[in-house]
Design a protein around this ligand. Sequence first.
Ligand SMILES: [Zn+2]
Length: 86
Amino acid sequence: MKCPSCQADNKDGSKSCRKCGMNLQLPPLWQPTWAWHRKTLLIIYAVLIVTFFLVRAWLKPYVRKLPPEITPWLHPKGETPANVPG
Ligand SMILES: [Zn+2]
């Protein structure tokens, strides 16, 4: 069998690599592939997007329009009330 760390050939059933000393009896580490990363990111983004639209629909009745006095930069042609600072 080949050592997963240094690729040196070792006898089958040996306890450790004769070259680097790595323990060969431990189960091999699971290493995620790019397909796994793609799938996981896709699931995360899908959940985030669905959650965004659900929360937005859920909060819609509570959202109110801002009065124009407090957002003068959105109404540059309109008159700015004198009592608004700045
Ligand atoms: Zn080795």
